[in-house]
Design a protein around this ligand. Structure first.
Ligand code: HEM
Length: 411
């Protein structure tokens, strides 16, 4: 990292691709938060990075000054279209959220927790003792949950899962032609689902796509293409972050046998553990906005038209908000920003949390587990393991607990 620039001067304060940041985002972005809280990077055509909790909140809560319309992630995908809801600003954005948000409310999702438990347990029961957990469980499980939430037809679910994986893998490798090809494949699948819903609509109160197709924005229905584009965006938004967050939680546990034992003995603690995992290992690093006018933030002047990343992992360990921010504290009450803030705050937080809680509990029930090889981490703009070799103990190896068949030891 070069010396921080003086207020107002544009320098190269940090490199988002510094390898140190992959395994330890707090080391890289936390250091920035302390020394240069609004930093400029010359990478990806130049952008600003906001790292303090209150500054991140300010950016995310002020869409008039910090717009989502030019793209919401750094680096931008030049081939990306503009899709609701992520790429729209209020008031246009509000019309879509009014359609999407109710479908993810807790009271509509009473069926979800038992379905997630059954799904997670069946997938975990099938894991080999030597497993690569991201590919064998975290990613396919998150994909199945998204398909369940969005009523993706069973005959298309496997293809959806494969395409999501390939799309995200290409993004991590920054392989633009493959990103675009996989994006088109996902679009094609979403168009197919939209065509089926048009032919045979579901109850819009229970089905995202039927709700989008039934919606009126400024008195007009959405085009099928816009509804399919929105579905494509929700599919991608709902897969990558939970898959990475679950892998981070598993890695954290793999490194701490005593914590595994404590949570296995007290599964009621798992929801608090999941909150701390989202805070300590926040999966989305580089969500972004663009300044619509000159802005002064954290003592720096940012001209109009500049990309600004909100570095959520750094905000989530800001000592101004969180006491002993690096410690896992299951009694913590402060609100972390892993789900964002402001008008775009994640509408999928209820199912996202449910997915993580059920996934962690299923892993804990199956057997103790330990790290069994080198971990590969996702590069900016996301964080978390994308290759996670684990060894799952045989039931008899579980010290202090009676041996039983995997998945049978209900607590
Ligand atoms: C661990 C789980 C998850 C995390 C950490 C997470 C994180 C986030 C964050 C930080 C945003 C804000 C983006 C921005 O401000 O530009 C967001 C938006 C969004 N998320 Fe999630 N998410 C999770 C799970 C889900 C799930 C399961 C779904 C749905 C299936 C979902 C659907 C969405 C959608 C549609 C948006 C866009 C909202 C808008 O633009 O108004 N997310 N998510």
């Amino acid at each position: 990292m070069s010396e921080p620039a003086d207020a107002g001067q544009v320098g190269h304060d940090f490199d988002p691709d510094d390898p140190a940041g992959l395994a330890d985002p707090e080391g890289l972005y936390g250091g920035l938060r302390e020394r240069c809280p609004v930093a400029h990077s010359a990478s990806y055509g130049g952008f600003w990075a906001v790292t303090r909790y209150r500054d991140v909140q300010r950016v995310m809560r002020d869409p008039a000054a910090f717009s989502s319309a030019q793209g919401i992630v750094i680096p931008r995908n030049p081939a990306s279209g503009r899709r609701p809801p992520l790429h729209y600003d209020p008031p246009e954005h509000t019309a879509y959220r009014t359609v999407i948000s109710p479908l993810f409310r807790r009271e509509r999702l009473g069926w979800l927790a038992p379905a997630l438990t059954a799904l997670a347990e069946s997938l975990v029961a099938g894991l080999p003792a030597a497993t690569e957990l991201y590919g064998d469980f975290c990613s396919p499980y998150a994909a199945r949950v998204v398909c369940l939430l969005l009523n993706i037809p069973g005959d298309l679910a496997g293809e959806f899962a494969a395409r999501m994986d390939a799309f995200e893998d290409a993004q991590r490798r920054r392989d633009l032609p493959v990103i675009e090809a996989e994006n088109q494949s996902l679009y094609g699948l979403c168009r197919e689902v939209a065509a089926r819903r048009l032919a045979e609509p579901f109850d819009p109160a229970d089905d995202m796509l039927s709700a989008l197709l039934a919606a009126r924005v400024d008195g007009k229905p959405l085009s099928t293409e816009t509804a399919a584009g929105s579905l494509r965006q929700i599919v991608v938004a709902g897969h990558g972050a939970p898959a990475l967050a679950l892998a981070s939680a598993a890695l954290h546990l793999a490194r701490d046998a005593a914590l595994q034992a404590a949570l296995r003995a007290g599964p009621a603690l798992v929801p608090s553990f999941v909150e701390e995992m989202l805070r300590l290992h926040t999966p989305n690093v580089g969500f972004a906005r663009t300044t619509t006018r000159p802005a002064r933030i954290g003592g720096r002047d940012i001209p109009a038209g500049q990309p600004v990343a909100v570095v959520l992992p750094a905000a989530n360990q800001d000592p101004e908000i969180f006491g002993h921010p690096g410690d896992l504290d299951l009694t913590r009450r402060e609100r972390h920003l892993a789900f964002g803030d402001g008008p775009h705050v994640c509408p999928g937080a209820v199912p996202g949390r449910g997915l993580l809680v059920a996934g962690v509990r299923a892993l804990l029930r199956r057997a103790p587990f330990a790290l069994a090889g080198d971990v590969t981490f996702s590069p900016w703009p996301t964080a978390g393991p994308t290759r996670l070799p684990l060894r799952l103990a045989a039931a008899g190896e579980l010290a202090g607990e009676p041996a039983g068949e995997p998945g049978r030891d209900r607590t």
